[in-house]
Ligand binder design. Structure first.
Ligand code: GLY
Length: 336
């Protein structure tokens, strides 16, 4: 286990890399904790929850909504959770987002921590403090930026991770490589999904490297006035497609990244489009898709990254170097 304490603007977060769920008893007081998980994680790992107060939610992005928040709050009241209670989200991005959000509003804010169980949550969703819920077709429309007290890794959860969840995680890993780390991009090109699925050490190193890429970006710009926007590479179109076409997050942002590299080619003279598209396909991700541009542009008009008639689009100058490009929404419509 490696412990790192990361300082954000008004909070410190303890990262326990290559740890284990057994450490939870050492990090928090079992009597003053409530674990929040979903039916999938609970079903596969029920014995790990023995002795802990636990709330089990239905699994899936469609449950990252206000009714689920209300249901958790009602259960917390029933359990007599108070301001000394720590909430621990054990699951993928839906569970970490929801837990962080509930903890931020329950009794005006209580402590929380995460045990991310999916590759995507390990490298992305558990990090950065953005926690919230979806409203209809608008993803993450309601939420907060508030850091967890700790993030505890236990890679045993990857043993039961479905194949599509591996691909989802790799979409964010490829994103990090494309915007920030050309040497990791090359390493990914040299390997494939099955290599990381078989080699625990390789996936463990990859997870830590990605967690630290995201952490560094967030540390430099926690409230997203500049640099943090780069993490939205592939996400602008991706989020609009995800809610409209019931794609997984990884599939949606993979299509979003493909579109963003085409736009990068047109507007920034980006010359490595085929490398990005090939890498996404190498990791089993979709790249091109047919969609209704009117439907998608309507969602984009409500995007949080929109400023007046412009939307901040993330483009690549080269692999490992991303830039923010404000693009007129009407112009975007023509290029879709
Ligand atoms: N919770 C994910 C983020 O802060 O970006």
């Amino acid at each position: 286990m490696t412990k790192k304490t990361i300082r954000f603007s008004n909070a410190s977060v303890d990262y326990y890399f290559a740890g284990g769920l057994f450490l939870l008893r050492k990090i928090i007081d079992q009597k003053n904790a409530v674990l929040i998980t979903d039916e999938n994680v609970f079903g596969h790992h029920q014995s790990k929850f023995k002795g802990w107060n636990t709330i089990v939610l239905k699994a899936g992005e469609e449950y990252k909504v206000q009714v689920a928040v209300d249901a958790v709050i009602e259960q917390l009241i029933e359990m007599e959770a108070d301001r000394k209670t720590t909430l621990v989200g054990i699951g993928g991005g839906v569970i970490t987002d929801l837990t962080g959000y509930v903890a931020s509003i329950y009794m005006r804010g209580i402590k929380f921590g995460f045990v991310p169980t999916t590759l995507l949550a390990l490298v992305d969703a558990s990090i950065g403090g953005k926690n919230g819920i979806d409203v209809g077709e608008y993803k993450n429309m309601i939420g907060v930026i508030r850091q967890p007290s700790f993030i505890l890794h236990d890679l045993i959860f990857l043993d039961t991770l479905p194949q599509n969840e591996w691909r989802n995680g790799f979409a964010e890993i490829i994103k990090h490589a494309a915007i920030k780390d050309a040497s990791m991009f090359r390493a990914l090109e040299e390997n494939e999904l099955t290599f990381y699925q078989k080699k625990k050490k390789a996936v463990c190193d990859l997870i830590q490297r990605n967690a630290m890429i995201k952490t560094k970006v967030v540390q430099d710009d926690e409230f997203e006035s500049g640099e943090r926007k780069l993490l939205n590479f592939g996400h602008t179109l991706g989020h609009a497609l995800e809610t409209q076409y019931e794609l997984s997050h990884g599939e949606a942002i993979s299509i979003g990244m493909t579109y963003a590299v085409s736009l990068s080619e047109q507007l920034k003279g980006f010359k490595q489009k085929e490398r990005v598209v090939t890498l996404l396909e190498q990791y089993g991700l979709p790249t091109y898709a047919r969609f209704n541009r009117d439907k998608v542009i309507n969602v984009l008009r409500m995007d949080k990254k929109k400023e007046k008639d412009f939307i901040n689009f993330i483009l690549l100058e080269k692999v490992g170097k991303a830039v923010i490009e404000p693009i007129l929404i009407n112009k975007l419509y023509e290029t879709l």
